[in-house]
Design a protein around this ligand. Structure first.
Ligand code: SF4
Length: 316
């Protein structure tokens, strides 16, 4: 098996160039990228909403993906690729992939060493990542060894969040990250087709199956909705029906942000205010019987909780 960066064509040259220019660090067919919250945290500033909701330390978080390929092309996706990235010629094993991604994370951190604005104690902590967010871009369930990758992350003493679009329920059945997320983009099939541009037919049915898989998942579960004004930010009762299939521990209602490549597909007008997100979340809370427990105005996100599990993973 080839090590990261060998002669195998993991990512097409044109995509590689675009991604590298945008700050992605590639390791074979995976990638890691520092998010803006890691950057803020390392400068002694605020941390991301998952810090406020669940206790994740942004500067100790590795934002990565095992694959850049996706079976959706969502209107709201702000990632830099408009053309689908083909799967690699071959897949590498989880240990090598994780080694490569963590090496890239250390390379990213080394850039902070000489900066006067860096918070030294946070940088020292960051050198020992505590959490892996499998959510950078692409659909991670397309990586055939995802279950083993998640186990390997756990063996190395780190927690994991996995974000999926829910199109591969059979894969989800075998996974146990610390927290499993499903991004629910639409309340109906018709709207789903328009928003997510799936690469093959029949995927809405798969998403419905995934919602049922969530009900029996052996880990914490979250359904996240990215809400765009006058697109998918209506009919909370239909969303509630879908959510009842999954009975997730948490629901996150988050505003679409007018960033990156999504600006070519959606107007700035589609970005709701935080007050609108709160109104929608309140309606959903009343229909679903979940508590509207927290919100972060800067990220325009609200958290609904079922009350079944404690939301803090870390006391931070
Ligand atoms: S959870 Fe997401 S937003 Fe928060 S620090 Fe990690 S990658 Fe960044």
């Amino acid at each position: 098996m080839d090590q990261c960066g060998g002669s195998v064509d993991y990512v097409q040259e044109s995509a590689r160039k675009t991604l590298t220019k945008q700050g992605y660090h590639l390791a074979a067919h995976g990638a890691v990228k520092p998010c803006l919250w890691l950057n803020r945290s390392l400068r002694g500033g605020d941390q991301c909403y998952k810090h406020h909701f669940y206790g994740i330390s942004s500067h100790r978080c590795v934002q990565m993906t095992p694959t850049l390929s996706c079976n959706h092309l969502c209107l709201h996706c702000w990632r830099p690729i408009d053309e689908p990235i083909a799967p690699p010629e071959e897949w590498i094993e989880p240990k090598e992939l994780l080694d490569g991604l963590l090496r890239e994370q250390q390379r990213i951190l080394s850039g902070y060493g000489g900066a006067a604005t860096t918070d030294r104690s946070r940088l020292e902590e960051a050198r020992h990542p505590a959490h892996v967010a499998i959510s950078l871009m692409g659909e991670p369930t397309l990586y055939p060894y995802l279950d083993e990758l998640i186990r390997e992350i756990g063996r190395r003493g780190m927690t994991s969040f996995l974000v999926t679009n829910g199109t591969r329920p059979d894969v989800l059945e075998n996974l146990s990250p610390t927290q499993l997320y499903l991004s629910l983009n639409a309340p109906t099939e018709e709207l789903y087709q328009r928003i997510s541009n799936p690469s093959s037919p029949g995927l809405w049915k798969k998403i419905l199956e995934s919602l049922s898989v969530f009900k029996d998942a052996p880990c914490r579960t979250v359904v996240r909705m990215t809400l765009a004004r006058r697109l998918n930010m209506a009919n909370p009762e239909i969303y509630a029906n879908l959510l009842e299939r999954a009975e997730p521990d948490f629901v996150e209602a988050k505003a679409y942000m007018h960033l990156g490549r999504s600006r070519a597909r959606l107007s700035r007008e589609a970005m709701p205010e935080h007050s609108e997100v709160l109104t929608f979340a309140g309606e959903l809370s009343a229909t679903l019987g979940y508590k509207l427990e927290d919100d972060v105005p800067l990220s325009r996100v609200a958290l609904l909780t079922s009350g079944k599990v404690s939301r803090k993973i870390f006391d931070a």
